[in-house]
Write a protein that binds this ligand. Structure first.
Ligand code: S6P
Ligand code: ZN
Length: 194
């Protein structure tokens, strides 16, 4: 990446048919095996992984200097699907620099943003085409696709925010979203480690 002071204006374009960003920047793909331990139904995880390793989501990070004055931005897509009754979702994270917030604009699909603060409060917001979701500083965030098409969203956050995945990897999140009678329902996570 260019040095900060040399950085120039940029334009990228997202193609809603191919679900690709051009220029792609950094593309990160997460398969089930990257987050197998996060799902409730571990028997189902084993069964699926014996056959294949589905892509759960991918995201394009536009390459921006990782400094405070810049705004990192990205387009993510969570594919439709479930592991048992639990919908495909992102790993979820806190930002490493705790006082950094984030804004999400949903472009396509249906889902939920599951949030949890460092003090243990939880909040869940609907995501659908047109929703703008604000993630305040110190709130972990995970996106869950509850629909039957890709959930696509654009997110913007401070360039130096960084990502802390470790807490959610170890503890999980307090709330999970499961399918019940064809609809998404919020449940307490029985595997949450306090
Ligand atoms: C970054 C922002 C999103 C996620 C992306 C994937 O702060 O919240 O771009 O990185 O949706 O989720 P995760 O939890 O794997 O980073
Ligand atoms: Zn984030």
């Amino acid at each position: 990446m260019e040095k900060d002071k040399l950085f120039r204006p940029l334009n990228s374009i997202f193609d809603f048919t191919s679900l690709e960003l051009n220029p792609p920047g950094e593309l990160i793909v997460r398969n089930l095996s990257d987050m197998d331990f996060m799902y409730q139904d571990q028997d189902r995880v084993t069964e699926i992984l014996q056959k294949n390793d589905p892509v759960i989501y991918r995201f394009y990070n536009v390459e921006i200097p990782e400094t405070a004055g810049h705004l990192q931005h990205c387009v993510s897509m969570v594919f439709p699907g479930k592991i048992g009754r639990e919908y495909y979702m992102t790993k979820g994270h806190f930002h490493e620099i705790e006082d950094t917030a984030e804004a999400y604009f949903t472009l396509r699909g249906q889902g939920r943003m599951v949030m949890q603060s460092t003090e243990g409060k939880t909040d869940i917001k609907e995501m659908k085409k047109g929703t703008i979701t604000y993630v305040p500083p110190r709130w972990a965030h995970r996106c869950v696709n509850t629909g039957n098409q890709p959930l696509v969203f654009f997110a913007v956050y401070r360039g130096d925010a960084g990502h802390n995945y470790g807490i959610i990897e170890k503890k999980g999140m307090k709330k999970i979203i499961l399918e019940e009678k064809g609809k998404p329902v919020i449940k307490d996570n029985p595997r949450y480690k306090n």
